[in-house]
Design a protein around this ligand. Structure first.
Ligand code: NDP
Length: 609
């Protein structure tokens, strides 16, 4: 089918002649979705546990590490040492809490950036807005988009700056939280036999932290080497995160998956492997990257408060809140601003919803056509270019950015194997990968197949929580979570959770986590100041919050149901309940600030003995 492309000419608002054939696009998107949808949905995956526990082992620490169990007391325990946990601990420290213990599974701080060290790893959000606490730590990143190693070292610098190493427990997994009403304390159990007590507990265990593998028949029979991108095996490949994977010379390598991780890995594998087979099911959108070193004069000119100002500016732009200037000015912000070109953001309220939806669709179609044209520009072979073109609406999958990925498919030693018609790789043999009945013999299979969704944090039940009277949080939340603002729940005093739960999210999730951490720290600071017995919302307050969310929840189901399957839409079956705060993160953060300023704390700080 020919690309549903533009016809020439456009009225000023672009509505009467949108420049894209929307009907043709819808039809093409529907067909591409049908090709990929699987009856087994999310059940097509298995976690890296049990017989696949090998894929999750920590390659960076001594597996024989032991220590004596702890039986002590701290004021605050933070579960998780990624940016969520670090921000919670740092903000608590700033709020005057002296005794803080971070419990972390990995061997150091960093979370995602501790585990993921694959070649090419960078953060695709601008470093100046993504890397938190830059001014506090006194650091300016070296690049507009930072390499993973720089981010990991920054996580460590935060740990040092806020004195979080002294009490941290690494290589330790929290296994249970139990509230002791008499002592007004949490008892925290771990897999190292610890029994700690803490007045406050903050759970910040991340969202995409458990590697997953496709349950492809025969996966266990493959006798070559194999690993997941989140545990890159440099002993096997040679080199480091900058590439130079010299041990792959002469080796045949299979990479499974073409998401945001694969986009960064492929250029290195392509240049260093004897032969690279990339097994693709759904192509990603690959936009311009344009990374560049930090201008020292710009760094020198930064005034105090610059980072918060820039973070807020980015958040506003990507949330369609009007700004005078787009400070980050990259592919994220330019995509977000596209619809403004048709209708200025401040005029949106006056535009009827049907027209607004049409504007979104036109803007989306134009953007996707631009990205498909980029594939043709960079990949001369029409068959390969055809396979690399994404056919779905822009936010159906996570956008990616690279100035090297698409060009890698022009190399003679790189083969793109499209697996859409067989719903992914069909099976493994002892020596290779089978697609469309053809076996590709390889020495190594690398899984760039992503992470389990929704298995972290207190929602998953992986960290059992028992509150007042021994009530189990999983049971109390059987019909769905009930929180105030996503942080706390009645019956579970002094327990806070960070993450995307009954609140507002954004693409720069570290910024969202920082706002959450600031809020929790201010609530704790006030609880200490007033010598409150504990922090706990009333059932009415959390009921009100949940019904506010439900009443105004944006209906994303239609959009998601029409997307190609992936983790964004629960593999093509969007979940019915959508507890997201409708007015977006900028308004949500203001709501939290106003709540704190306007006496909201009076309702959650419980006095008494
Ligand atoms: P994803 O879940 O995004 O991608 C998994 C890939 O594996 C998809 O291409 C998927 O295809 C493919 N796949 C799954 N099963 C099969 C199968 N049976 N046969 C063939 N292919 C298969 O994982 P990533 O690790 O790439 O990214 C996860 C998230 O991590 C991102 O969405 C992003 O949020 C974050 N990330 C952020 C980065 C940053 O710079 N900020 C960088 C990297 C990751 P299909 O799409 O058809 O399901």
């Amino acid at each position: 089918m020919a690309a549903p492309h533009a016809s020439a000419g456009r009225t000023p608002d672009g509505l009467s002649d949108p420049g894209v054939d929307l009907e043709a696009l819808r039809e093409k998107y529907r067909a591409e979705r049908e090709r990929r949808i699987r009856p087994d949905g999310s059940a097509q995956y298995r976690g890296a546990r049990g017989e696949f526990g090998y894929y999750a082992q920590d390659p960076y620490t001594d597996p024989d590490f032991t220590r004596e169990p702890l039986r002590d007391e701290v004021e605050a325990v933070v579960v998780g040492g990624g940016f969520g946990g670090l921000l919670a601990a740092a903000r608590l420290r700033q709020a005057g809490v002296e005794s803080i213990r971070v419990i972390e599974d990995g061997g150091d701080f960093g979370g995602t950036w501790y585990w993921n060290r694959y070649p090419g790893i960078h953060c695709d959000i601008e470093s100046y807005v993504y890397m938190p606490l830059l001014e506090e730590v006194g650091y300016v990143p070296k690049w507009k988009y930072a390499p993973g190693e720089e981010i990991r070292q920054h996580a460590q610098a935060i740990g040092r700056h806020f004195g979080l190493y002294d009490d941290a427990c690494f290589q330790t997994r929290a296994t249970g939280l139990r509230w002791d009403e008499d002592a007004s304390q949490w008892l925290v159990g771990t897999d190292r036999g610890d029994h700690m007590r803490a007045r406050y507990v903050v759970v910040a265990t991340g969202t995409l932290s458990h590697a997953k593998l496709p349950a492809i028949p025969g996966i266990e029979t493959f006798t070559g080497h194999t690993f997941h991108t989140s545990r890159w095996d440099y002993a096997y490949t040679g080199g480091d995160a900058d590439g130079n994977l010299h041990k792959l010379a002469g080796k045949r390598v299979a990479l499974i998956g073409t998401g945001a991780t694969a986009i960064q890995v492929v250029p290195h594998l392509g240049s260093d492997a004897g032969h690279l087979y990339v097994f693709q099911r759904t192509p990603s959108t690959v936009d311009v990257r344009n990374n560049r070193p930090t201008d020292p004069d710009w760094a020198e000119s930064l005034e105090p408060g610059w980072q918060r100002h820039r973070m807020e500016n980015f958040l506003k732009v990507v949330s369609s809140v009007p700004v005078d200037e787009d400070l980050v000015d990259d592919a994220w912000t330019s995509s977000a601003r596209l619809q403004e070109k048709m209708i200025p953001t401040d005029a949106y309220a006056q535009v009827p919803p049907g027209v607004r939806e049409r504007v979104y669709e036109i803007v989306d179609g134009r953007k996707m056509n631009e990205l498909r044209a980029r594939v043709d520009e960079l990949v001369p072979d029409p068959e390969t270019a055809g396979k690399l073109k994404p056919w779905y609406r822009y936010m159906c999958k996570r956008p990616t950015f690279s100035d090297h990925y698409l060009q890698t498919f022009n190399r003679d030693n790189v083969t793109l194997v499209d697996t859409a018609d067989s719903h992914g790789v069909e099976r493994f043999t002892g020596t290779g990968v089978v697609v469309g009945g053809q076996e590709y013999e390889v020495d190594c299979v690398i899984f760039a197949t992503g992470f389990e969704v929704g298995v972290s944090g207190i929602l998953s039940g992986r960290l059992p929580v028992h509150g007042r009277g021994g009530a189990s949080l999983s049971e109390v939340w059987q019909e769905g979570p009930r929180t105030l603002h996503g942080f706390y729940s009645h019956g579970f005093p002094n327990l806070f959770q960070l993450g995307p739960l009954q609140n507002a999210a954004a693409v720069n999730f570290v910024h969202v986590l920082d706002e959450q951490a600031i809020h929790v720290a201010e609530v704790v600071a006030e609880a200490r100041r007033r010598r409150a017995r504990y922090v706990e919302p009333t059932p009415e307050a959390q009921d009100d919050w949940v019904s506010t969310l439900r009443k105004n929840a944006p209906d994303l189901n239609k959009f998601q149901a029409e997307c190609t399957p992936g983790y964004y839409n629960n593999e093509g079956r969007p979940r019915e309940r959508n507890d997201r705060y409708a007015d977006g993160p900028v308004t949500f953060h203001a709501l939290l600030r106003n709540w704190r300023a306007d006496g909201g704390l009076d309702d959650v700080l419980v006095q008494g003995k």
